[in-house]
Design a protein around this ligand. Structure first.
Ligand SMILES: CC(C)(COP(=O)(O)OP(=O)(O)OC[C@H]1O[C@@H](n2cnc3c(N)ncnc32)[C@H](O)[C@@H]1OP(=O)(O)O)[C@@H](O)C(=O)NCCC(=O)NCCS
Length: 168
């Protein structure tokens, strides 16, 4: 999945852009003085001043706790863990993708979208259940019509149920 998909960003649209923080570092002796915080605030201010900018985003290696703490504290959203994103000395490391939305930019997984997805899944589930029931033969036990029908799965349905094990 591309960054553009993750950020709901369409690079072909001229009315959308993003700001990326490639590197951020503060010399040891000057750490914990609020320098990185101030720099990031400036970047957010800059991004917000561009009307077509939707977000500021960056990657951070998964074990960099001070940086993760900083971005979280500054209200960045961690939207994805990207496996093997960095290759350092021949070794792969995961990264987190952090995003700060500006100018009405929003997460690709807003609560409303989540509800929509759940409802869609439920509808699909109900439809496939109805389809299975339709495929089943309806048999009435002889001489005992009052008991109601007995559903007997047909060959096709048996096949679906068996192969269904593969999807569990
Ligand atoms: C991560 C890094 C950029 C943070 O830089 P920094 O300038 O030390 O960060 P800040 O000072 O803005 O914030 C860090 C801490 O200092 C605190 N702080 C902020 N203003 C402060 C001030 N005036 N006085 C004292 N502490 C302050 C912050 O609150 C925060 O700590 P807390 O949340 O535990 O309280 C720095 O550690 C670094 O360069 N690391 C190595 C490179 C790196 O990992 N870069 C990130 C790559 S994604």
């Amino acid at each position: 999945m591309q960054i553009a998909d993750l950020l709901r960003y369409d690079s072909s649209r001229v009315d959308q852009t993003l700001v990326y923080i490639l590197t951020l570092g503060v010399v040891d002796a000057y750490r914990n003085l609020g320098i990185a915080t101030a720099l990031i605030r400036e970047v957010i201010k800059y991004a917000s001043s561009i009307p077509v900018c939707r977000a500021v985003y960056l990657h951070v290696i998964s074990y960099n706790n001070p940086a993760i703490h900083l971005y979280t504290k500054m209200s960045f959203n961690c939207i994805r863990r990207l496996h093997g994103f960095y290759l350092i000395n021949g070794q792969h490391y995961d990264s987190y993708l952090f995003v700060y939305y500006v100018n009405g930019g929003r997460s690709p997984c807003s609560p409303l979208e989540l509800v929509t997805v759940i409802v869609r899944c439920m509808k699909t589930g109900l439809k496939s259940m109805a389809a299975k029931l339709m495929m089943a033969k309806v048999k009435w036990p002889k001489g005992n019509e009052t008991r109601g029908p007995v559903l007997t799965p047909n060959k096709r349905m048996t096949h679906i149920e068996c192969s269904g094990l593969e999807y569990v």
